[in-house]
Ligand binder design. Structure first.
Ligand SMILES: C[S@@+](CC[C@H](N)C(=O)[O-])C[C@H]1O[C@@H](n2cnc3c(N)ncnc32)[C@H](O)[C@@H]1O
Length: 235
């Protein structure tokens, strides 16, 4: 891959995928989501929780950005949609558009998701569902959620977060998951679309902590070579 072909990113972007994207990324269905409480970690401005709650599903979100006001998140969210759309347009030939269609439809979906998120985040009644937590520490008690999701943070930013961070963060996701519940993480590639070299050792570490790790197929075609998610079932 040439320097020009990389998705350049400084710091961690705040993006805003919607319910349909989460459904595909994590291969979710409503019975699975209704089994108990769901936690979306590094949820950013995603509308997954707002849309899921509209379907009667109990979703809580965690992200350090929730220390920000509605206006601040809105401003950053719309700016990020503009920036990422420009980057995607330049690299469009590298991505699989079979789900999104094209750059403009991808952008329209992001705008819709951000608006749904902002509406929910602005409602006081929903506000306690957004915890300003920073991995590797979450503010929830042990054994709270039947499903813990983490989209586009772990592994993706592996150039900024080392192996020790990934171990501690995944151990924390497992801690707040109920026995018999699951942690799901997607994607498993970096922003350079490269696999995480320490994945086998990390999976062995999580097994020692009581997590049964497997790679499952994800169903969101887009990122070059990204076909798998990590599923960790807590014993
Ligand atoms: C690329 S966004 C993903 C947002 C959403 N999950 C999605 O798929 O659209 C990454 C998110 O990770 C959050 N983040 C950054 N550092 C974090 C940390 N240490 N713990 C938890 N979240 C973090 C950022 O604030 C940002 O909202």
């Amino acid at each position: 891959m040439t320097q020009m072909e990389r998705y350049e990113q400084i710091g961690v972007a705040m993006t805003c995928r919607g319910y349909a994207e989460y459904e595909r990324m994590f291969d979710l269905d409503e019975p699975m989501l209704r089994r108990g409480k769901v936690l979306d970690v590094a949820a950013g401005a995603s509308s997954f929780a707002a849309e899921a709650r509209g379907r009667g599903i109990d979703v809580t979100c965690a992200d350090p950005r929730y220390a920000l006001s509605v206006e601040q998140i809105g401003e950053e969210g719309f700016a990020e949609i503009g920036t990422s759309t420009e980057k995607l347009a330049k690299l469009a030939h590298r991505f699989d558009w079979s789900y999104y269609g094209d750059v403009e439809r991808h952008k329209a979906g992001r705008i819709q998701s951000l608006n749904l998120f902002l509406q929910d985040y602005a409602e006081n009644s929903a506000r306690n569902r957004y915890a300003a937590d920073l991995l590797p520490k979450l503010s929830f008690p042990d054994d709270t959620f039947t499903l813990v999701l983490c989209s586009h943070f772990l592994f993706l930013y592996q150039e900024q977060f080392d192996d020790a961070f990934h171990r501690a963060a995944l151990a924390e996701l497992l801690r707040v998951c109920v026995p018999g519940g699951e942690v799901r993480v997607y994607p498993l590639l970096s922003l350079r679309w490269e696999p995480y070299p320490g994945l086998p050792e990390l999976m062995a570490y999580l097994e020692v902590l009581g997590g049964m790790c497997e790679l499952h197929k994800s169903a969101l075609p887009f990122i070059p070579g990204s076909t798998d998610m990590l599923c960790i079932r807590k014993k």
